[in-house]
Design a protein around this ligand. Structure first.
Ligand SMILES: *[C@@H]1O[C@H](CO)[C@@H](O)[C@H](O)[C@H]1NC(C)=O
Ligand SMILES: *[C@@H]1O[C@H](CO)[C@@H](O)[C@H](O)[C@H]1NC(C)=O
Length: 386
C-alpha cells in the first residue's frame, strides 16, 4: 500500500508540472511588461499575423513574413522568416505549422466555416464550440488539436472545462493504459475518483482532492463522503470497463501461450465508463451508443478503422433531444461529405459541420478542397472518440 500512496502523490505532482510552461510564459510577460498580451488573432491588420512570442519570446505582436506556400524562407535569417503559424520546410517553403493552433489563422473562415479557438501559448483551447447557441455543441480538445472525450449542447456548456478529458488523454498517450479516472460527459471530473489503487473525492473542475476530505485505499472507497450507493453501486469500474479489463487479462493469457495473432480488438470504453462507438459482431462492426445499444450502421469488421460513427450517433442524439436531423450518414455511420438540402449541395466535415458555401447541384462539388479536417485525418493517426 505504501507504494500506492507514493504514486498518488506523484499523480498530483504531475498535474502541477503540466501547467509549468504556461506559468513561465506568464511570468515572462509580467517581467517584460508586455502591453499587448491579450491581442487575439483577429486583431492584426490584414497581411499581418499574431506572433505570440514577438518580443522577448513572450510579448505578443503582429508581424508579416513569407506567406503560405511561398518559397525562400530561412530558419536562421530574421528577415526571411515565415509568417506566424507557418514553418519553413526542408525545401525552404513556408507550410502550415500544424503543431500550433495558430496555423488556423491562415484559413479563410468563409471557406472552412469554423476556426478553432487558440490559447495564447499556441495550443488549442480545451472547449471548442461550433454551430449556433441553440443547437450548436461544444467539444473537448487536447492541446495539439485532437478531439477528445466530452461534449455538451452549447447552451449548457458554461461550466465545461474539459480538464479531466485532457488529463486522461495525456496520461494514456504517455503510455499508461490502466487509467481509471472517470470524466463526466462534459469532460469535467466526476466527484468520486479511483486511480492507481487510491480513491478520493474530487473537485469537478480540476480533479484535486476536495478540501477537508481524505484519500483512501480502493477497498475503502464506500467510506468516502462523496460515495453515493445508488449512483456508484458496489464497484468503481463500470460495466464496459470491467469487460475491457477481463478481455485484457484473457489476451495476456493468449499471448503467454504464444498465440500472438489471435489477439482480438479490445473493447473500447469512453472516459465516463460508457461504451465506445463500435461493437464487433464478426464479420461486421456496428456503431453503438454509449449505453451499449446497437445502431443500424455497420461495415465489415476489417474496415472498421475507417468508422467513426459520428453521424450514426448524432442522428440518435439529435432525435432524442427533439432536434431535427437532416444530414445523410454513410452505411458505416460516418457523415457523407456531400450533402444536399432544398436543391442546394454543400460539404460537411467528419463531425457533420458545414464547411462549404451552398452550391448549385451541377457545380461539380469536390468536398476535399473544403474539408480541412480531411487533412487532419492524415495528420493525426489516432481515432478520436467522444
Ligand atoms: C516594467 O514596469 C515597471 C513598473 O512600471 C518598471 O519598474 C520596470 O523597469 C519595467 N520593466 C521593464 C523590463 O521594462
Ligand atoms: C445519489 O444518486 C442518485 C442517483 O443518481 C441521485 O438521484 C441522488 O440525488 C444522489 N444523492 C446525493 C446525496 O447526491
Amino acid at each position: 500500500m505504501k507504494t500506492s500512496w507514493f504514486f498518488f502523490l506523484q499523480h498530483f505532482i504531475l498535474i502541477k508540472i503540466f501547467s509549468g510552461s504556461l506559468v513561465d510564459y506568464k511570468a515572462c510577460q509580467i517581467k517584460y511588461n508586455c502591453t499587448t498580451t491579450n491581442l487575439n488573432p483577429g486583431e492584426c491588420p490584414s497581411g499581418k499575423f499574431l506572433d505570440t512570442r514577438y518580443t522577448n519570446n513572450c510579448c505578443h505582436g503582429c508581424r508579416s513574413g513569407i506567406g503560405r506556400g511561398e518559397s525562400g524562407c530561412s530558419v536562421t535569417r530574421a528577415n526571411r522568416k515565415c509568417a506566424p503559424g507557418l514553418i519553413c520546410d526542408e525545401d525552404f517553403y513556408c507550410i502550415l505549422e500544424r503543431t500550433s493552433c495558430l496555423h488556423t489563422m491562415h484559413f479563410d473562415e468563409n471557406l472552412v466555416g469554423w476556426k478553432p479557438k487558440c490559447e495564447i501559448d499556441g495550443t488549442y483551447s480545451p472547449k471548442q464550440c461550433r454551430g449556433d447557441k441553440l443547437t450548436g455543441r461544444c467539444f473537448c480538445y487536447a492541446e495539439a488539436g485532437e478531439r477528445v472525450f466530452g461534449w455538451k449542447w452549447w447552451r449548457n456548456a458554461d461550466s465545461m472545462t474539459c480538464t479531466c478529458s485532457r488529463q486522461r488523454y495525456k496520461a494514456e498517450k504517455s503510455g499508461r493504459l490502466d487509467v481509471t479516472v472517470h470524466c463526466l460527459s462534459n469532460g469535467n471530473y466526476e466527484d468520486l475518483q479511483c486511480d492507481m489503487g487510491i480513491c478520493w473525492c474530487a473537485d469537478e473542475s480540476d480533479g484535486h482532492i476536495v478540501k477537508g476530505t481524505f484519500a483512501v485505499p480502493e477497498a475503502l472507497w464506500t467510506y468516502l463522503p462523496c460515495y453515493n450507493e445508488s449512483f456508484h453501486g458496489d464497484q468503481y469500474l463500470r460495466k464496459c470497463e470491467s469487460a475491457a479489463f477481463a478481455q485484457k487479462i484473457a489476451q495476456k493469457k493468449l499471448i503467454n501461450r504464444g498465440a500472438i495473432n489471435a489477439v482480438p480488438r479490445q473493447i473500447q470504453c469512453n472516459y465516463d465508463g460508457t461504451y465506445g462507438e463500435i461493437i464487433i459482431e464478426n464479420p461486421l462492426a456496428f456503431c453503438q451508443m454509449p449505453d451499449g445499444s446497437k445502431l443500424n450502421y455497420a461495415a465489415p469488421s476489417k474496415m472498421m478503422s475507417d468508422m467513426n460513427c459520428n453521424c450514426a450517433r448524432d442522428e440518435k442524439i439529435f432525435t432524442m433531444s427533439g432536434i431535427e436531423f437532416n444530414l445523410r450518414c454513410s452505411n458505416n455511420g460516418n457523415y457523407e461529405p456531400n450533402q444536399d438540402q432544398n436543391g442546394k449541395i454543400f460539404c460537411v466535415d467528419r463531425y457533420g459541420f458545414s464547411v462549404s458555401p451552398l452550391l448549385q447541384p451541377d457545380s461539380g462539388l469536390d468536398c476535399d478542397q473544403y474539408i480541412y479536417y480531411a487533412q487532419e485525418d492524415l495528420f493525426f493517426e489516432d481515432e478520436f472518440e467522444y
